[in-house]
Structure formats: C-alpha cells, structure tokens
Design a protein around this ligand. Structure first.
Ligand code: BGC
Ligand code: NOJ
Length: 826
C-alpha cells in the first residue's frame, strides 16, 4: 500500500502544514481548532462549530446543537447572494448546500481557510485566533473572477449562546426571556450582553470591518420561525430586517452590499470577540447606571483590526508562534515521511488541543459534560511540556490543587473555576499516580526542581501550606495503603479503564450508566495500577537520587520492590499478566476466564514499570499481545470480547463487542505497547504498531475509517465489531500525548533526563538513519543517527561537535548554543 496516497477527500500539504480537503461532503465533519491560549473555536470543514472563552460550558459564545440533523449545522456562516438573480450560496457549502464550482478547506495549524466559488464569484474565509487575543477573526476576500460587474449581498451569521451552555440548551422557560443585544451605531458592532445585567463582567462582540447596510440580531426575524439555516428569510429576501432581539434567540448578522467590477476584490474581516472587563464589580461604573455596557474594549478591538494589514500581521504572528512551538522537536530527515509529518506537525498540534481542552469540547464531547480530567490532563502534559514548559508548570499546579489530602482526586475540574467537579464520581484509584509522571516529565524537560517546593494545598484544605512534592508522596502513600489481598492496588470505581467497574453491586438498572456500588471494603484489585505504580515509583526514585536524597530514593525503591514482588507472585497468568481481581477475588483477564482472557493495559504497564525484566515475562507478555490482540488496525483492548453484560465487570461489558472498552482498538493504550516494544529493542514491531493506528496511514481506507486523517482518534472499531476499522472520537484523546512520547522518545529516542538528553532510538532495521532537531533547556541539538549495521537499537558511538563521548547521554549545553550530534547504532 502506498501510504502517501491522498484520500478521495483531500491530501496533506506538508510544506504549508495543512490538510487540504477538496470536497465538502467528508465522511464525517472534519474538525480543526482555532485558538491556543484562552479563546477557542471548533471549526469544521464546512465552517460549522462554535466558540468559547476558556470554558466550553461556562463561557460559550456561540450556540451549537449536538446530535443535530444533519450532524454539523450552526457555525461561522457567510451567505452570498447575487442581487440580480437571487442565487444564494455559502463558501463552505453549508448550510445552503448550493453546488459550488470550487471548494477547498485548508485546515492549518491554528487556522482554517475555506474557499468557495460559484458563477464568477470566489470567496475565501480565513478563520483564526491571534495569539494572546480573546477573539477570532474571519478574514474575508470576495473576488469577481468573471467578466461582468456584479452586485453582491453578504449576510454574516452567528447564533449566540447565552454563555452558560447547559442552561442554554435546557432551561428555556428562563433563557427565552433573558437574551439582550445592542448594536453600536458608531461602528456597526453587535454586542451580545446577556448576563451583563447580572453583573457578570463580560459580553460578546460580533463586528465587521466593512461598512454595513444593515444587521439582524433576532433569530426569528432573520431566519424565520419555520425556516432552517439553509433558508434564512432575510437572505432569501435580499434585505436585513435591522432586528433587535428581546429574549428568544439572539443572533448576529451583518448585511453588506458590494459592487464588484470584473477582477475586483474586496478584503475585510469579521471579528468575534469575548470581552471580560476584568475589574472588580464594585469598581465598575455600570452598577451605578444599571445597564450601560462598557464598550471601550470592544471599540478598541474594532479599531485595532479595521485595517486588513493589522489582520495580516496577526496571522503572521500566529504562524511565527506555531513555528516556534513546533521547532522544539523536528524530524529533519527520516525514511518514513508519515512519521515525520505526524511528529513534526499534526501530532504536536493535537497535543496542544488536548492540553488546552482536555476531553471537553469536540464533535464527540459537548463541552458541558466534562471539564479537565485529572488523569487525562496529567498525561496530556507528557506530549506538551517540550513546547511550552511554563504553561505545563502552571497546569501541574492547578491539577495538584484538585487532589484531596487523603490522596484521592477530583476526577475532573472546570477550567474556568479550577474547582473539582463533585458530581463526577471519584474513586478512580489510578488518578493520583499520573501526577508523578507529569511532574517528573516537567523537571526532566526543564531542570526546574523548584516546582517541587511550589506551595499547593489540597482541595479539602484550602489555604494549606503543602508543596508539590508533598502531593507526590501522598499519591504514593495512598496506593501503598490501598492494597488488596494479593498486595496489588485496589481499583476503586475504575482505573485507567473507566469501564472496568469491579464494584458494581446494584442489580437495579442504572440510568446514569454508572455502576452503583460502594467501593469501601471492596477487595477488587488492579494489575494495571500496579504497573503504573511500578513506573511512578521508579520515576520518583530517580528524582530523589538526582536531588541527592538517597534515603528517600531508597524508601521509594522499597515500595517498588514490594509491588514488583506482588505483581510477579500474583499477577502472572502463565503467558501474560492478569488484568485484575474482581470483588469476589476472581481473576479478570486470565486464561481461566471465558471471555476477556487477556487485556492490553496490564501487559503494557507491568512491562513499562519494569516487571518481567529478568525472567522473560516482559517479552512473553508482549508476544501474547501480538498473538491475541494485535490486528493491522491496531491492538484490541481485550479478547475475547464480552458477549453479554456482566454485573461484576460493569460498563466494559455494556458495549457491543468490538466497540470502545469492549474489544475496541483504544488507541491510547496501544501507544504503551509501542513503548514496550521499544524498551525490548524491537524497532520493527514498534514501528509497524505505530503505523497501524496512525491516521495519516488511513487515507487509502478513509471510507471505512471516516474520521480525520490528520489527528488521532480515541477508538477504532475492533474485529468483533459490525464496522471494523471505523474510527470515533477524533481529537481529544490521550493517544496524542502518548504517541508523541512513543515517537519522540521511543522510536527517535530523544529522552529528556535530569542530567541531559538520552539518545536511545529504536527504529526499524531497514532504516539507514534519521536526523532530528530538538530544543532542550534553551539549546538546540541537531542530531543525526546512522544505522550502518541495520539494527534497531543500541547507540555505539556518540560525537558532540565532533568530540567522541562515552555512553548515550548528551550533556546539557549552554542555553542559546547549537550542538551537533552524530551517533551510530551499529
Ligand atoms: C467511556 C469511556 C470514558 C468514560 C467517561 C465511558 O462511557 O467508555 O471511554 O472515559 O465514559 O466517563
Ligand atoms: C477516556 C477517558 O478520558 C480516559 O481518562 C480513560 O482512561 C479512557 N477513556 C479509557 O477508559
């Protein structure tokens, strides 16, 4: 298979860091994200999606209807109407779906550029969020490519969300009466000010830098009560209504009339901004005058981007910013263009999205269900920390602050408030351990040991004076305390596998799909947490050694040894590690089980944690994965799939066979096995596995795969499914961060350490070598590895600026310097 074949829907343009979609009717809406700091937008290839500031639940600017028909309606729309003929179309095809003479969507890094053309008019819209701003820009170019003068009418459109998205979609007895807008006669900007009355200090602004001939803010007036977005009455009639919304559904629409001579083009921009006044309520003058909104900031934004050159500057800054982010790791020469493309561009880009949004807002997450995940965000840091270590630092401290003093954690927290969400069940007994991994990764990247002393209290003891190191110790101590009859960690409600609910005691059907059962007193244990604990304790031991705290290192190493003993004594099943012991003490993921005999997670984590190293079990465990779980589409989570529901196993058995945790290919956990093969020096296996789930390698089978070929999906249906090979849950998945770890540290082998950059690649034997540039602790390393002996692993010679050194750790260079590394595997 030529893996570089483009799909029938588009192709990669690596030079421009873009995926080019050439027809709008993709198998699913193909998504991109706008924004990298505080303001975010979801933008599909037909301009669908919505925007929010920081928190998709609490500060949502525009409305979006999930589970809609068709799937993706509502977004950043521009209606184009020929005044002479009444012909109406959109550059992104939707929502009117008038056939286009030309369509192209270029999803780039932090922007989406959609171009449509029809009957001699072309329209290009570039959507992006300038770095550091709380607004998105729709840079618009209208061009007359025909031979006659044309009179064109444009109608922009957004539908406002009344900021609190859950209320907005459920509480109509209230929301239909609270919406308020204002149109600024000075510059035509539309202000959405619902919530301002309640002394919340924010509003949304939708402005246009082109003079307008009219506007609409009332959905019923613009669209019509009985019409859809594909047939708005105002557009069909060719005239704005100049409506002001009072309650119901406020929208924003500008009406622009243009005369375009042949060859003439008009460039301007729409701005969608979030303005938070920021000042304490008591100092805000509007409270003496109950409802005068302060437009100062809004007007300043309008003025700032009035000139298209300012827009272009902002776009230039965006690209420079991204080049800088991505330059922390670049494969400059590789025998496999797919791995280079993904590692250099898309994988790192996806890591930014998961870092920013955790699992909150995508085409599969509504932005109101989940905020930031404790477990998820810690893992997301692993793929992000090299890009922007300072932001990772802050995030680690934010996450740690949602841990409770007994060691447990809020499983999720809201990004806006940074407060744990008590409604989402806790008792995931793996959560706290991931904090050790993120902290160690951060220190290895930066050398910033001071983070360990950073004051961070516990969520149940506000104002506490503990520090981050205290949290790491609390995490380790908690698992040591919470062990079951085999000395393995208790699982609680679940571990990494949310659906392995071994304490599901209620026989009543449960409306929330959560298994009811008190974990207190339960003896259900997890071998996956045991493996994770082995890994975390190894990390912490190494950290203490580096800090010169030998006694602490020894103490943690003893915990490691104790757990290792329990794993090797009780968790080995003969050919693989069992997955768990259930609440009755029966093994899960064992040869003695009828279904679910072997699971992926315990093989991966026990091996990564160092189990099976001296006794051949590590290799045997991964060989068993290969034999029982590996398929060309990736590694299946467990086999055989559960054919019926098992109360004692919970949600894992609630899925039809082949989907999600019931024998789906859960890409996230695949990556741990990739790393496992790297650890064992099996570069061919690691790379074959890497490609098996790689989206860029799915283009030739896109009709089956369906999701975006440029970002990882959480799940690909397994072989037991009715639709094997079909992906779901693209974008917000731990696969992003972990694949970046696999590819950068496992395959290309650049491993940040406390004292330098370890170079330990594990590549296919057929690779003659590769080159990578890495920014690390302020210096730039140009690394070339040659493989004349056609092996996979084992650096035999290492030269730094021409000087040979022993071992494979590249010492830390002077910040600002450039270092040339030549290495050989032989
Ligand atoms: C899904 C998991 C997810 C969990 C979140 C489950 O239904 O299968 O993948 O992590 O919900 O609560
Ligand atoms: C998705 C969740 O976000 C993640 O935390 C979990 O580990 C996986 N599902 C597996 O259940």
């Amino acid at each position: 298979m030529n893996t570089l074949l483009s799909s029938s829907y588009g192709h990669f343009d690596d030079a421009r860091r873009e995926y080019v979609i050439t027809r709008p009717d993709t198998p699913l809406p193909w998504l991109n994200y706008l924004g990298q700091d505080d303001f975010f937008g979801l933008c599909t290839n037909t301009a669908g999606g919505y925007s929010f500031w920081r928190d998709a639940k609490l500060r949502r600017l525009t409305r979006y209807r999930y589970n809609n028909i068709p799937m993706d309606v509502g977004g950043r729309y521009l209606y184009i109407r020929d005044a002479a003929t009444g012909d109406v179309w959109n550059p992104g095809w939707k929502p009117v779906k008038t056939p286009l003479d030309f369509y192209e969507c270029r999803h780039g890094i932090g922007y989406t550029r959609i171009t449509g053309a029809r009957r001699g008019i072309s329209a290009e819209m570039l959507f992006f969020v300038p770095p550091g701003e709380t607004l998105e820009i729709w840079r618009t170019t209208l061009r007359n490519t025909g031979e006659t003068a044309r009179r064109i009418q444009l109608f922009s459109f957004v539908e406002f969300c009344l900021f609190e998205a859950l209320n907005d979609m459920t509480n109509y007895q209230r929301t239909y009466s609270i919406g308020e807008v204002e149109v600024d006669s000075s510059d035509g900007a539309i202000y959405h000010k619902t919530e301002y009355r309640e002394r919340r200090n924010h509003y949304a602004l939708f402005g246009c830098t082109h003079p307008i001939s009219g506007y609409d803010t009332c959905r019923d007036a613009f669209v019509g009560v009985h019409n859809g977005l594909h047939e708005p009455q105002a557009v069909l009639a060719g005239a704005a209504r100049n409506s002001i919304a009072h309650g119901w559904s406020p929208v924003g629409s500008h009406f622009i009339e243009l005369n375009l001579q042949p060859g003439e083009a008009r460039e301007f921009a729409f701005l969608l901004a979030y303005v938070d006044q920021g000042e304490p309520a008591s100092e805000n003058p509007r409270f003496t005058d109950p409802f005068v909104i302060n437009k100062t900031k809004g007007r300043a934004l309008m003025a700032k981007y009035k000139n298209i050159a300012a827009v272009d500057d902002a776009f230039g800054r965006l690209n420079v910013t991204w080049t800088s982010h991505l330059s922390a790791f670049q494969v400059t020469q590789s025998p496999d263009p797919i791995a280079a493309r993904m590692a250099n561009i898309w994988n790192q880009y996806q890591c930014m999205a998961t870092f920013n949004l955790s699992r909150s807002a995508s085409m599969f997450e509504t932005g109101i269900g989940r905020g930031m995940g404790f477990r998820d965000s810690n893992q997301d840091i692993l793929g992000f920390v090299h890009m922007l270590p300072d932001r990772a630092r802050q995030r680690i401290l934010d996450i740690a602050a949602t841990q409770l003093s007994d060691g447990t954690c809020y499983h999720q927290y809201q990004p806006l408030t940074k407060k744990g969400n008590a409604e989402i069940g806790g008792d995931f007994y793996d959560d706290h351990l991931w904090l050790v991994l993120s902290t160690c990764a951060y220190i290895k990247e930066t050398g910033d040991r001071a983070i360990l002393d950073a004051p961070v209290g516990y969520a149940d003891k506000p104002g506490g004076t503990e520090n981050l190191l205290h949290h790491l110790e609390t995490s380790i101590a908690y698992t040591m305390k919470q062990r079951g009859p085999h000395g393995l960690p208790l699982i609680g409600h679940a571990d990494w596998n949310d659906c392995l609910n071994l304490n599901c005691f209620s026989t009543e059907p449960n409306e929330s799909f959560q298994c009811a059962g008190d974990v207190k007193g339960s003896i259900a244990e997890s071998a996956m947490i045991a493996g994770l604990f082995l890994y975390a304790t190894r990390e912490l031991t190494e950290l203490y050694r580096w800090l010169g705290r030998a006694a602490d290192a020894m103490r943690i190493a003893q915990h490691h040894a104790e757990m290792l003993d329990a794993v090797e004594t009780h968790a080995w099943d003969g050919e693989w590690y069992i997955r768990a012991f259930d609440a009755a003490g029966k093994p899960v993921g064992s040869n003695v089980c009828d279904e679910g005999k072997i699971f992926i997670e315990s093989q991966a984590w026990c091996v990564l944690g160092g189990a099976g190293a001296g006794n051949g079990r590590a290799r045997q465990a991964l060989e068993s994965v290969h034999q029982h779980l590996y398929t060309p589409d990736g590694i299946i989570l467990q086999q055989p799939a559960y054919s019926t529901y098992h109360l004692e196993l919970g949600e894992v058995s609630s899925y039809p066979p082949g989907y999600k945790e019931n024998a789906g290919i859960f890409c996230h956990n695949n990556t741990w096995v990739h790393l496992g093969w790297c650890q064992l020096g099996e570069g061919d296996r690691a790379f074959e596995y890497y490609l098996s789930i790689c989206p860029a390698a799915k283009e030739a089978r896109i009709e089956t795969y369906r999701c975006e070929p440029y970002v990882y999906a959480q799940m690909i249906a397994g072989r037991d499914a009715a639709t094997p090979g079909e992906a779901k849950n693209a974008w917000l998945t731990g696969t992003a961060a972990w694949t970046f770890v696999t590819v950068s540290q496992g395959i290309f082998g650049l491993q940040p350490g406390y004292d330098g950059l370890r170079l330990d690649p594990c590549i296919p034997r057929s690779w003659p070598g590769f080159s990578v540039t890495r920014r690390y602790r302020g210096a730039t390393y140009h690394i070339t590895v040659k493989n004349p002996g056609a092996r996979s692993k084992g650096i035999e010679s290492l030269k730094i600026d021409g000087r040979k050194i022993s071992g494979n750790v590249i010492p830390i260079a002077v910040p600002g310097s450039t270092v040339k590394i030549e290495a050989e595997i032989s």
